[in-house]
Design a protein around this ligand. Sequence first.
Ligand SMILES: [Fe+2]
Length: 514
Amino acid sequence: MDPRHGRPKCSQDPQCLVAGDLARGMKGQQEVLLALFAAPPGDEDALFRAIANLAEVLTGSRAAFLVAVEDESRVVRSAFSDRAARACAVPKERLDGTIPHGALWAECLRERRPVFHNAISSLKLQTSGHIPLSRVLCVPVLDRGRVVAVCGVANKPGPYTRADAERLMPLLEAAWNLVMRGRLELALQEREGMFRALAEQSLAGVGLIGPDGVVFANRALENLSGYTFQEIRDLGPQGFAQCIHPEDRDLVMARHRARMAGEAGLPDTYDFRLLRPDGSARWVTLSVTRVDVRGQPHVAITVVDSHDRHEAEQVREEAFAQVRRTLDATVLTLSRTLEVRDPYTAGHQRRVADLARAIAQEMGLGLDRVEAIRMAGLLHDIGKIGVPAEILARPGSLSPTEMALVQTHCQVGYDILLPVEFPWPIHFYVLEHHERLDGSGYPANKKGDQILLESRVLAVADVVEAMASHRPYRPALGIEKALSTIEEEQGKTLDPDVVRACLRLFRDKGYRLP
Ligand SMILES: [Fe+2]
């Protein structure tokens, strides 16, 4: 007894004991709160212990536990407060798994509300090694109406009241959010780890570029570029441009900036040359996608080595160009062979070829068709090789028989060129170059669309060149006469579009026969 107040000494006074506990509790509360936030991410056991400790301190209890349940029927994780763990000899494994029906907290789970046991007289519910319990308060943690965890506190010096439950519930709700956030972070970390492992293992170069430069580069990208990720990152926001060959740099960087700015319609895949630190260049194929990372625009890139393919393509292109040069030379030789026999038409085929090419271009035909028409022009009269030279060179008019002989040159030309494997059906254009829209031509009196467009172009060029030049049987009529003639024949014997293009060339664009 304290003689001054007639009260028991503090060390014996239950009130005084509680007050001391509370005072210690205030300090302890701070510590356990800090412990709650200091729990290492992903360590849910540590977090559970910290929550149990906090519940214990907050209610002035001497023991606490937290169990997480799944489907309200299975314990998936459990933890004691540090003090309870020291005092309890029940192996932890026995607490996980199926919920023991008789457990004090199972009632709270079933009823989904706090449950008090302030006067536990019998220990029959307690397993061996369990802390002796005098009082227990169990509080459920609810998620969308279902119990996901139960927190139990025990052995408070005084009875548990509703106030204890009400103090505990918001704490548990907040703490459970921490658990959920931890799980989410863990899942995100796992996913990030998975993607990182995938990217790292990828044989293709994989990288991520943000506003501040390269933020990720896998090993394959390091190998391809010759730079380590650290080196590329240290180059800064635009510095990685130095990894790009100077001839490709402007284009690649312009596309990169436009993509980061959200511009649409940019190519997703294209080739360019990497410039390695040793100065060597390497062709790569880039696939690129814009992604948002934490609200910031980023560009995800995949880079594949395409150097060998490019080299092979170059060799193939060179070989193709070589074949084309040989073909050109062969055609020119053939063309000149005819001119040796027929000096009056010397140069006729070359001039027709040039004019036909110019008309085809003026009409907007593709490069390939333009080239085919030019080559057909060079060879269109090759069949005259079968006509006796004296007939070709004779001044004055020809007899009907001689005329018929000259007219065979279309068919003869066709027969000569048929076995030659040109990239285009040039033999048809040669066969048809004297056909006319109205069917008045030869050798087959074809009409309109029966005549190939290429042949119709040749026909106009042939007429213009023939009239503008000197012939054994007449002097040159001049280009003006030639143009007015095709203008008259426009839509009758000659294709109107071809004639229009030809007139534009001479009258508006200053074209002259070579
Ligand atoms: Fe001809």
